[in-house]
Design a protein around this ligand. Structure first.
Ligand code: GDP
Ligand code: MG
Length: 176
């Protein structure tokens, strides 16, 4: 089977670990200080269920509740990784406003999404419970994972899960 091209955007409040998750997935390393203003597109080949994929991963510079959803993230993106930090209630609020804007701008009722609670290694500072994260993801009919970019915990799972969600949505496109 030929390789499928998939474009994914990773979004969320600043400092939640979007770049760290991206670099961990693409390069297999944890970089401690990565310029937060850099917006980068990474390419990575991966295989899920005997299907090869070429993933283009757009690591966005981050959003807050006031950001206008950039239209370039609504076009030709197959699926989204929405990230908060389990240590930041603010980042959990912001991920919900990003989701609302995302649905608004894409005009779709269902978009392939994986909700990610990152920084599980900082469990002593946890502000958002696993249950809260799961409940939010359920309300979106999205997949949910908790990860640690630092410890490379469940990082590849994010992208593999999203590729499966994108496959499920294929041929099942619903417009508002
Ligand atoms: P971004 O602004 O969302 O791209 O966040 P970065 O990837 O630049 O990470 C922001 C800060 O959080 C950096 O200091 C990272 O080293 C740190 N960080 C990212 N992921 C983790 C993680 O899983 N655990 C811990 N302890 N720190 C992390
Ligand atoms: Mg970044």
């Amino acid at each position: 089977m030929p390789s499928k091209q998939r474009k994914i955007a990773i979004m969320g409040y600043r400092s939640v670990g979007k770049s760290s998750l991206s670099i961990q997935f693409v390069e297999g390393q944890f970089v401690d200080s990565y310029d937060p203003t850099i917006e980068n597109t990474f390419t990575k080949s991966t295989r899920v269920n005997s299907q090869d994929y070429e993933v283009k991963l757009v690591d966005t510079a981050g959003q807050d509740e006031y950001s206008i959803f950039p239209t370039q993230y609504s076009m030709d993106i197959h699926g989204y990784v929405l990230v908060y930090s389990i240590t930041s209630a603010k980042s959990f609020e912001v991920v919900q406003t990003i989701y609302d804007k995302l649905l608004d701008i894409t005009g779709k009722v269902h978009v392939p999404i994986v909700l990610v609670g990152n920084k599980t290694d900082l469990y002593v500072d946890r502000m958002i419970s696993t249950e809260q994260g799961r409940r939010l993801a359920d309300s979106w009919h999205a997949a949910f994972l908790e990860t640690s970019a630092k410890q490379n915990e469940s990082v590849a799972d994010i992208f593999h899960t999203l590729l499966i969600e994108i496959e499920k949505a294929d041929g099942n496109v619903q417009e508002k």
